[in-house]
Design a protein around this ligand. Structure first.
Ligand SMILES: Nc1ncnc2c1ncn2[C@@H]1O[C@H](COP(=O)(O)OP(=O)(O)OP(=O)(O)O)[C@@H](O)[C@H]1O
Ligand SMILES: [Mg+2]
Length: 351
């Protein structure tokens, strides 16, 4: 039962500010993801939580207990790394049993819990093997068993799936989710893969240069990103520079569109977020361009047939290029003149 509080933490390496007054709360029993591009500080924050790094300022709490100065080995943390970090000369069994033996548990208890953890990750049959005799996915399952066997307060995972091929990644993702749901250990998961983050997380913190750009559930980040950075990082987005002409109205070239301008005032500029899968193409001849119909003239410049869907690149008035996804019924070809229908709920966000 552990809620993690990161309170105003800063961390520098030499002159570089890697974490900047960062605060967040990770609820007890949740699966929380730190998501962001390479170098934004994900691993540094995870290592601060683990106790491998000491923040320069700020506090860390497990529930109401401050653990800022507590050494890593007293925090009761389970950790899984991208490169597995198994002991190469120890068997699968001994790798998993290691943490229990270090805690001086009785022999029978070590055996029972080790076998139970191996069972959980489906590796009981391979317990006598050395890490070198395992596949990447099997190694990562050993690492997971080794982290869970000690019944940690907190499970920390740093890009645990990135060395696995696409198919294995999906099955490991399911296993992690199953184990987290079964154990309800508060889990912090680091990734730069937005799909992984969306699929796994109760909450996601999108990080940008050592700060939290936005924190929320997968659904809320997708539906209501606060900035172009978040809109672009979660899902995929076309971002169109627009000027707000009035509340609920933006101008794009010589068209006025009815969209969600939120708190933007008339005269301010922002980026209109258009999700490729929310856009609709109509044949130019068949639809009527009525005022307020939220349609813009466009031309197909590329067509990518992908089986389950077709992706188009279109050029709209003003010269901007957009991506549009269609679930397969559209028969448009490159060069066709079309109309783009913009959903009225489309959001304007900060640049
Ligand atoms: N021990 C260190 N000494 C000096 N600089 C460091 C150290 N660790 C990290 N950095 C720097 O801090 C920044 C953030 O690094 P960090 O490893 O936290 O990023 P990350 O978000 O995990 O990136 P990635 O997705 O590539 O793993 C980087 O610019 C990195 O070079
Ligand atoms: Mg990292």
């Amino acid at each position: 039962m552990t809620r993690i509080t990161v309170d105003n933490i800063s961390k520098r390496f030499d002159k570089q500010a890697v974490l900047q007054e960062l605060s967040l709360v990770i609820e007890d029993g949740s699966l929380f993801t730190l998501l962001g591009p390479s170098g934004c500080g994900k691993t540094t924050l995870l290592r601060c939580i683990a106790g491998f790094h000491q923040p320069d300022s700020g506090r860390l709490l497990f529930n109401d207990e401050e653990i800022t100065g507590v050494p890593a080995y007293e925090r009761n943390i389970g950790m899984v790394f991208q490169d597995y970090a198994l002991f190469p000369d120890k068997s699968v069994y001994d790798n998993v049993a290691y943490g229990l033996r270090a805690r001086k548990l009785a022999r029978e208890a070590v055996d029972t819990r080790t076998l139970e953890a191996l069972e959980q990750v489906g590796l009981k049959a391979l317990q006598a093997r050395l890490p070198a005799q395992l596949s990447g996915g099997q190694r990562q399952r050993v690492a997971l068993a080794r982290a869970l066997v000690i019944k940690p307060r907190v499970l920390l995972m740093d890009e645990p799936l990135s060395n696995l091929d696409a198919k294995l990644r999906l099955s490991m993702r399911d296993l992690i989710l199953d184990l987290q749901r079964a154990t309800r250990i508060t889990t912090v998961f680091v990734t730069h893969d937005q799909e992984e983050a969306l699929a796994l997380s109760d909450q996601i913190a999108v990080m940008q240069s050592g700060r939290v750009a936005q924190l929320g559930t997968p659904q809320s980040l997708y539906a209501t990103p606060r900035s172009a950075y978040v809109a672009d990082f979660i899902g995929s987005a076309n971002l169109l520079p627009v000027t707000v002409s009035a509340a609920g109205r933006v101008g794009l070239a010589d068209t006025v569109l009815a969209v969600d301008t939120g708190a933007f005032e008339a005269g301010s500029s922002g980026q209109l977020v258009l999700r490729p899968e929310a856009l609709q193409l109509l044949a130019a001849g068949t639809a009527v361009v009525a005022a307020g119909s939220n349609q813009i003239a466009a031309r197909i410049t590329r067509r990518l047939y992908l089986g389950a869907k077709t992706t188009f690149r279109i050029q709209v008035a003003g010269g901007h290029e957009l991506r549009v996804e269609d679930s397969g019924i559209a028969t448009f070809q490159v060069g066709d003149e079309v109309l783009l229908r913009v959903p009225a709920g489309s959001l304007v966000v900060a640049s």
